[in-house]
Design a protein around this ligand. Structure first.
Ligand SMILES: Cc1ncc(COP(=O)(O)O)c(C=O)c1O
Length: 328
């Protein structure tokens, strides 16, 4: 059963980062999920709920709007359970993710998200429109589906708590739909209200405005594109009460730390994972870390999904595959 393989991912102490930042840096490695990203968790909860509550009949089509990872997870799970998947992806989605979607048999429609997610040609709009007008389809709608938060509340949060023996002090999570940070933060703060939950978004995304009660401009903002994170609106899957602060990070700092980390450790970071590390590096003073703290960095996927975007110029493909094989 595919469910049995989702979650329970390792929490690895990173010796280099722990030494560099003089504290305990623990990495939650989500690329160990079957679909190789944290999105398997939300996808499973959304699909299972739809099937159990008869929102879709056997053989039907799951529909999602996704920059890639949620789509990949939905496609994989749908296929395993005998359903179909139709995924609306943004034109910026990496070639590696498109190839994977195709390999799971998903039907793909590429859309233009350059004017945000609420215009007629966006992934979100077209997915909703398709599902509303096609028999036996179900739009999982990760931005507004409570099972997105629930997945992390029921699985990721408890895993982090258990894996740190209840000693986690800080968690850094990239924010896209908000499902991961909200579920993790809600669970951990219930165990210990002192745990600090920091969200990471690209420069000019709107979560930090929202956290500071600053009105969000009506006009869709253009934010730095870092696959998976940043938004121009606040989705229903984001729970402000589960979060202490949102840090912004720019794309150049993200790309540069991914290359530096690769040189030092040999590991390839996913794009949003590199953003989390760059944010730790940039905002560490504000976090008031001590040497006894247990700081968890949530890494949703692996750098093998971004070879063309992050690592193309750095090393040969053969070298990358060797590193990746060694790390799994
Ligand atoms: C690579 C990556 N990082 C971060 C996120 C953000 O996670 P969430 O949507 O739970 O906020 C996503 C979501 O798709 C992602 O694919």
């Amino acid at each position: 059963m595919v469910r049995d393989f989702i979650g329970n991912t390792p929490l690895r102490r990173d010796e280099y980062l722990s030494m560099r930042y003089n504290t305990n840096i623990l990495i939650k490695e989500e690329f160990h999920n079957p679909g190789k990203s944290s999105k398997d968790r939300a996808a499973w909860f959304m699909v299972e709920d739809a099937i159990k509550t008869n929102k879709i009949a056997p053989g039907g089509t799951f529909v999602e709007a996704s920059s890639g990872n949620t789509g990949i997870s939905i496609a994989l799970i749908a296929k395993k359970l005998g359903y179909k998947a139709k995924i609306f992806v943004s034109a910026s989605c990496s070639d590696e993710k498109i190839d994977l979607l195709k390999s799971y048999g998903a039907e793909i429609q590429q859309c233009d998200n350059s004017n945000g997610l609420h215009v007629f040609n966006s992934t979100q709009y077209l997915a909703q429109n398709y599902s509303s007008n096609t028999e036996n389809t179900y739009f999982t709608n990760q931005y507004y589906n409570s099972n997105n938060i629930k997945a992390h509340y029921k699985t990721t949060g408890p895993e982090i708590w258990t894996q740190t023996n209840g000693e986690v002090t800080h968690v850094l999570v990239g924010v896209g739909t908000g499902g991961s940070i909200s579920g993790i933060g809600r669970y951990l703060k219930e165990q210990n209200p002192k745990v600090k939950i920091f969200g990471i978004e690209p420069k000019d995304s709107v979560y930090s405005l929202y956290m500071q009660n600053i009105p969000i401009p009506d006009e869709e903002a253009k934010f730095d594109s870092i696959e998976g994170i940043g938004r121009t609106f606040i989705p229903g899957a984001f729970d402000k009460n589960a979060v202490d602060e949102i840090f912004q990070i720019d794309k150049n700092a993200t790309v540069s730390i991914s290359k530096k980390y690769r040189e030092i450790s040999g590991n390839l970071l996913g794009y949003s994972s590199a953003a989390v590390l760059a944010a730790l590096d940039k905002h560490i003073e504000k976090m008031n870390l001590t040497e006894n703290d247990q700081v968890v960095l949530f890494f949703p996927d692996h750098g093998d999904r971004y070879i063309h975007k992050l690592y193309k110029d750095l090393v040969s493909i053969e070298e990358i595959s060797e590193d990746y094989n060694a790390s799994i």
